[in-house]
Design a binder for this molecule. Sequence first.
Ligand SMILES: [Zn+2]
Length: 61
Amino acid sequence: MLSIREEDGGEITGVCSVCGGDIYRGEEYYRINGRSICPECLEDFARDYFRSFVCRGGERW
Ligand SMILES: [Zn+2]
């Protein structure tokens, strides 16, 4: 876990495991299966995460 003081005073408390972006103290992020996901990456992550649930219109199942 990183703890670096930036010039703006923000403290980095984690790193997004998708984009590698910094997650600052007080900032919202998602903790899924031990991975940290920033809000910007949630959609991509969720799309991949729920890949096995994909259906195609017109297909019977
Ligand atoms: Zn991210």
